[in-house]
Design a binder for this molecule. Structure first.
Ligand SMILES: Nc1ncnc2c1ncn2[C@@H]1O[C@H](COP(=O)(O)OP(=O)(O)OP(=O)(O)O)[C@@H](O)[C@H]1O
Ligand SMILES: [Mg+2]
Length: 337
């Protein structure tokens, strides 16, 4: 029996927990692209909350409705990647469309279709040409951007051009995903102010009953059983966090070996491994990304048993609340819930 859990980043799990509402709304958006507020959406969540997996699931939905989907991560060259990918996918469409596209920047050669730029057009006009070919067809275009970076010029260009494209070709959708601090910084950029009206989806804590159901289904699909009391303990440990569900499930499954019934001892061992992996994979990584000042802010918070007050923390740091509020925002964005 293969282990059915997937503690691997960017992998859609066998039974995703807690995404039905978002997926339903996105499905409606692909059917009613002019009126749906979800057509431009931003998925916001900490490391391991399931952003990439959800982007893939959204992509599958769009494809089922006949949309062309192109996905990229935010990095230099992303705009050209998007354009080339769309042209590549157009190869599978109507030959008439391909012929027309060839005249805007691609050419057929003996070994399939090789893409060459005929002239230096900027991205907006190139995309406009492509979109005008699509507009008569029963298809839309979904652009997915993962790992959003706020200070990438092309990211800002994409947002601005997308807005213009959508005015002319409303069957166009943009779904982006990123870490909270990056998304907030991007939204603060004045040139993309229209993005603030995008639907923001925070991938926070997944309800326990959803985790429990998906966990149980995954186990059963793999042919294993578990007692309810052990399952409850697992759900408590997972604490609504997508990656933790996969990690915990994976190690408990491994601990149980060939047995079809998972024991309490398997659960104990599995949780121990999972917690330690979580620490290395998520917590240490996140800590390394903090600046010296972020860490000072965190140390200043340690004196509080429960909630911290910004004024107290600022006083301890010897700084004004105005100065400290940006650190508060950043630290809050690392939170899991
Ligand atoms: N809805 C879900 N239910 C259960 N497990 C999930 C769900 N979504 C994602 N996962 C699992 O969680 C882990 C992290 O998922 P993913 O890579 O999508 O996270 P991410 O938010 O993109 O992380 P990062 O910020 O590092 O890119 C993977 O192991 C994936 O299989
Ligand atoms: Mg990701």
């Amino acid at each position: 029996m293969n282990n059915p859990f997937t503690p691997v980043f960017g992998t859609v799990p066998l039974y995703p927990a807690g995404r039905d509402i978002i997926l339903n709304d996105m499905h409606k958006a692909f059917l009613n692209w002019t009126g749906s507020p979800d057509i431009t959406s931003i998925l916001i969540g900490p490391r391991g909350s399931g952003k990439t997996a959800l982007l893939y699931m959204i992509a599958e939905q769009a494809k089922k409705e006949g949309w062309i989907v192109t996905d990229t991560i935010a990095r230099k060259g992303m705009l050209e990647d998007i354009y080339q990918d769309i042209i590549f996918q157009a190869d599978f469409l109507d030959p008439y469309v391909i012929a027309r596209l060839s005249s805007v920047g691609v050419a057929n050669v003996e070994f399939g279709i090789e893409r060459i730029e005929k002239e230096k057009q900027n991205w907006r006009s190139k995309m406009s040409s492509v979109m005008s070919q699509f507009s008569n067809m029963e298809t839309g275009l979904l652009i997915l951007v993962d790992e959003v970076l706020p200070d990438l010029e092309e990211m800002v260009d994409l947002a601005a051009i997308y807005q213009l494209l959508r005015q002319r070709y409303p069957r166009t959708s943009l779904v982006m995903a990123g870490l909270p601090a990056n998304i907030y910084d991007l939204l603060n950029n004045k040139s993309v102010s229209f993005l603030r009206r995008a639907r923001q989806r925070f991938l926070g804590r997944i309800p326990d009953q959803e985790i429990e159901l998906s966990f149980k289904k995954t186990l059963e699909k793999g042919g294993k059983q578990i007692d309810d009391k052990d399952l409850k303990q697992i759900v408590k440990t997972i604490d609504g966090f997508a990656y933790m569900m996969q990690l915990t499930g994976y190690y408990i499954w491994e601990a149980s070996g060939e047995k079809t019934k998972i024991s309490s001892e398997d659960v104990r061992k599995g949780i121990e491994y999972a917690v330690s992996e979580f620490r290395i994979g998520i917590l240490d990584h996140t800590f390394q990304e903090l600046s010296d000042m972020d860490k000072k802010f965190l140390y200043a918070m340690l004196k509080d048993d429960d909630f911290s007050n910004l004024t107290d923390v600022s006083n301890r740091m010897g700084k004004t609340t105005g100065y400290c509020s940006s650190y508060k925002k950043k630290i809050a964005s690392f939170g899991r819930h």
